[in-house]
Design a protein. Sequence first.
Length: 200
Amino acid sequence: MSKKRTIGVVLFPEFELLDVFGPLEMFGIASDSFHINMVAQSKEAVASRQGPKSVVEHTFDEPIFYDILLVPGGQGTRREVDNKAILDWLRLQAHRAEYVSSVCTGSALLAKAGLLDGVRATTNKRSLDWGVSMGPKTLWQRRARWVEDGKIFTSSGISAGIDMSLALIQKILGPEKAQEIAKRAEYSWNQDANHDPFAK
């Protein structure tokens, strides 16, 4: 049996709901392999862009390290790219993490933190030019559902995070387990990382 990996999900005001809970549904189905933690700058519940709030379990100042980082996007990323606390935490965590992942404009936070320098990555195509401005040294992929480069997984807009999370689960637990999870979720998994119908 594989070890149980901890997932640190970064929350900030105006995060995108599906960016977080789409991937977490996939990881949560494999609860014997993954333990999910919600992490934010403070212990106050964090409101999503759509309104519903999420409970915070751990804060940035706690000496806890995570095996997998999940960084969502959303309107709040426009503000958080100037938040030293979140950028410093991402740098600290990313060096120890086994995998670093982002959904949508979450990759802009990784890029601003310098974690995508020289790395192939993608983001929400509607926000691609802004993402590029946050990480001029990133090798941005203008057509990709998600991109895997070493231990870093980045995905395109919103629902693409579900496809990416299944790809990461496949990397860790194997294709049969990833297929089983997609089937249990009744989700039609796009397994082709280059199939990006929204790139136009």
